[in-house]
Design a protein around this ligand. Structure first.
Ligand SMILES: Cc1cc2nc3c(=O)[nH]c(=O)nc-3n(C[C@H](O)[C@H](O)[C@H](O)COP(=O)(O)OP(=O)(O)OC[C@H]3O[C@@H](n4cnc5c(N)ncnc54)[C@H](O)[C@@H]3O)c2cc1C
Length: 581
């Protein structure tokens, strides 16, 4: 009998499919996937690569017969030249990387019973985490992947391209650098605490952990010693993951290694080297098409280094609460406005740089009424250029500096943040919004919302900048003051000869709100919002109950001295904050 297959892949996961697709691209003809389940996680991959799939096929043995390998399942036998065992098994010794609450909303390797419309956090950085995220998106969940430690170049090609697609189509948010430090239960729902200032704590309907997996053992799939000795039965996994001395390679490499051993007659393509691709305009167009999912519709410089811009996504909604933030991204392949050189540019060339940005607001619509952003189809941002320093080469803003209306950009799907007006429940209460520079952005949205909803208590928005020219929304704020007597705008340029230098802290120590605007800073009926430079905010550290404030006094310390309380993870208060770095 002659072989009826060239390659049989056991397990239709991302790694198995990647190897199968690679083998087909190299010219391996008859490739079949044996999937023990009833469906593939990624059916779209199969058709274009002309892969056969056998569903419900549980492999019982892999033996050598003459030159052929014979793979037996409960249903039939496949004679083939090579086999890849891609299926992987949960590791019994796996522990979640963070403490988690006991809850039927915190799951391991399992989908929620009702995933449609649920907000789900997937924790994990492997192919397996991507597989869970893709399945959840297909079932209608809003997905965030906390993928701290993920190295995209180590994902299998199928997982990587699906991940890129999820991002491009704004179907999932990836937090590449973040891992929660704990999963708590708040009001019955899991709350993920992050230790990364760029990722505030987020609440979800479900949290799904992608557990650690290991390759199958030879006895689990019944590989005979003779079949193994042929060198044509391979396993998907890192070599140090398997107790058996078997040929093993990870998902991004296994296809290449298996084909080179089992099909020596095939000449394989050279792996792409990113540095080769640099400088070709068509490569840049390709990368933009692959990663960008939104268009810059408006780009108005307040001056050369400070911009108000609007971004309209191709897909998905832009609904948000005033005060929340979204993420923007541009590729390392984009030109910079300065001549700083990004460290490791060759290795990162085809990656995105993503940063969080508070959502601002145009304040007035085209007809001069207060803007109602709940009806908008685009988001407004207020962004300043960050210059390079000896310690830091900024990635995103020097690239954004060269953009213009019509250019493409990446807009993350998840609008997030707990820095909102939710605590302001009394329309007669006092609201004080204090910021540095572009920290004014969320306050523009909050002020507009408060006034639109008829808030009649005093509202003050104060911002420090260097010069008058650094106030991108000055005109709109002055117009608001003219229309609404309960609103006060307090710009504080610190480097203008005609203005005494005053910082936000001075407004409190000198009681400027009371003496100049008639607004009492009374903790009984006031909410204070602080946004921007962490030094202005001055958050204390709390080590085992010992609270220490920073050396340079920030606003939090001054407010706490006056009877205010910080709104923090486990404690509601009337001082709310959003740090920009
Ligand atoms: C929740 C959140 C919301 C944010 N919203 C805004 C916003 O609305 N507008 C905005 O301009 N930035 C905002 N930022 C900061 C933004 O995410 C980027 O850090 C910033 O644009 C610099 O990116 P970069 O890649 O050019 O430089 P990076 O290499 O990331 O440089 C970071 C350094 O730049 C400096 N820096 C960062 N942001 C600012 C700033 N706004 N003003 C002055 N110096 C800064 C700090 O020294 C920081 O350490 C926000 C950050 C967070 C966490």
């Amino acid at each position: 009998m002659t072989a009826d297959h060239d390659l049989v892949v056991v397990g239709g996961n991302a790694g198995g499919l990647s190897a199968a697709v690679f083998a087909r691209e190299c010219g391996v003809q008859r490739v079949s996937i044996l999937e023990p389940g009833t469906a593939l996680g990624f059916p779209d991959v199969v058709g274009p690569s002309r892969l056969d799939v056998g569903y419900g096929e549980q492999v019982t043995s892999i033996e050598l017969d003459g030159d052929d390998l014979v793979v037996s399942t409960g249903r039939r036998q496949y004679r083939t030249r090579a086999v890849l065992v891609a299926e992987r098994t949960a590791r019994p010794d796996w522990e979640p990387p963070v403490p988690i609450v006991e809850s039927d909303r915190v799951l391991v390797d399992r989908l929620p019973d009702h995933p449609s419309d649920a907000d789900v956090l997937v924790v994990g950085h492997t192919d397996h985490a991507v597989e869970l995220a893709v399945t959840l998106v297909d079932k209608g969940s809003g997905v965030v992947v906390a993928a701290g430690g993920m190295d995209p170049s180590r994902l299998s090609p199928v997982a990587l391209s699906l991940l890129n697609r999820l991002e491009r189509e704004r179907q999932a948010t990836l937090l590449y650098r973040s891992l929660p430090i704990a999963i708590r239960s708040v009001d019955g729902y899991p709350m993920a605490d992050f230790d990364d200032r760029r990722t505030p704590d987020l609440q979800f309907d479900y949290v799904v952990f992608a557990s650690g997996r290991r390759p199958q053992t030879t006895s689990e799939v019944g590989v005979s010693p003779a079949a193994l000795a042929s060198g044509r039965v391979w396993f998907l996994g890192e070599p140090d993951e398997t107790p058996d001395d078997v040929p093993t390679a990870p998902g991004w490499r296994v296809g290449r290694e298996l084909v080179s051993v089992a099909f020596p007659e095939i000449t394989m393509p050279e792996p792409p080297r990113p540095e080769r691709r640099r400088g070709f305009p068509e490569v840049i167009d390709e990368l933009r098409a692959e990663h960008y999912n939104a268009t810059i519709t408006h780009f108005e410089p307040t001056h050369s280094d400070l911009w108000v811009l609007r971004v309209r996504p191709d897909h998905g909604s832009v609904s948000h609460l005033p005060g929340q933030y979204a993420s923007l991204g541009l590729g390392y392949w984009e030109e910079r406005v300065d001549d700083a050189v990004d460290p490791d540019l060759d290795a990162r060339f085809d990656k995105l740089i993503r940063r969080s940005y508070s959502i601002s607001c145009r304040i007035f619509d085209d007809h001069g009424y207060l803007a109602d952003d709940s009806r908008a189809d685009e988001l407004e941002f207020y962004i300043v250029l960050v210059p390079p320093t000896p310690d830091n080469v900024p990635g995103l803003t020097p690239r954004l500096a060269l953009k213009k209306p019509g250019d493409r950009i990446y807009l993350g799907p998840k609008v997030a943040g707990r820095y909102t007006l939710a605590p302001v429940t009394d329309p007669g209460g006092t609201v004080i919004l204090l910021s540095t520079g572009t920290g004014e952005a969320p306050h523009n949205a909050m002020v507009t919302e408060l006034l639109r909803k008829g808030h009649h208590g005093p509202i003050v928005s104060a911002v420090t900048v260097r010069q008058w020219a650094d106030l991108g929304y000055m005109e709109q704020h002055r117009e608001l003051e003219r229309r609404y007597p309960n609103y006060h705008y307090v710009p504080l340029p610190t480097r203008e000869p005609d203005v005494p230098k005053r910082y936000i802290q001075d407004l409190i120590t000198e009681d400027v709100f009371g003496t100049e605007h008639g607004v009492a800073l009374d903790p009984a009926n006031t909410h204070v919002f602080l946004c921007g430079n962490p030094a202005m905010i001055g958050l204390p550290t709390d080590v085992d109950g010992t609270v220490t404030y920073p050396e340079t006094t920030g606003v939090v310390e001054l407010l706490v001295q006056r009877g205010f309380t910080l709104d923090h993870r486990n404690q509601r208060g009337n001082v709310h904050f959003e740090e920009y770095w």
